[in-house]
Design a protein. Sequence first.
Length: 221
Amino acid sequence: MSGMRLSMRVWDAPVRLFHWMIVILVVVSWYTAHSGRMELHFYSGYTILTLLLFRIGWGFIGSDTARFSRFLKNPLAGFRHLAHFPRREPDNEIGHNAAGGWFVLVLLGVLLFQAATGLFSNDDVVSQGPFADRVGKEISDQITHYHDLNFNIILAATGLHVLMVLLYAAIKRQDLVRPMVTGKKRLPATFRAPRMASSFLAAGLLVLCALIVWTVISVLG
């Protein structure tokens, strides 16, 4: 009985939708920038900014596994987790593991930097962010340079993320993708399922974040 495992919901719909929407929108942002479809590029960036604000807010008021206070552990715990990486063992993590939690914070940080710098950037032709005129051409050009460089960091971080998911599957025999699709994971029966926050609360927070971004762009920009 001690080895019995049950299917438990560990990821709520808002976290899963955020995850996959960010994946799609990063691809859209890359494609529109390289194809010169700058109006769509900016709308993609505004949407990413809205989702990032939502995820930050959800990290404080959302489900147990979404909260920063639950998955950001002592950094030393992250290093200890990585030290045991080659060991094949069952996946008993209810949410992010000790190392993955900090990596989530890094990803949120570089994505937020990308969205924020996009507000001040320009393409040196006809398109520019809503705050580019406020800082002047010289500063806007410098911010655009940071914007371009940071996207390479996003690509590197994304590649590392995909690599780690594949290594978890190959070395530890742990499937990290399925739970982010279905929301469920098989865990020891003695574990208590995490509390899931209300979807209505998530919807309200998303609307609030969208209004904040719209206000910043349309009223202040």
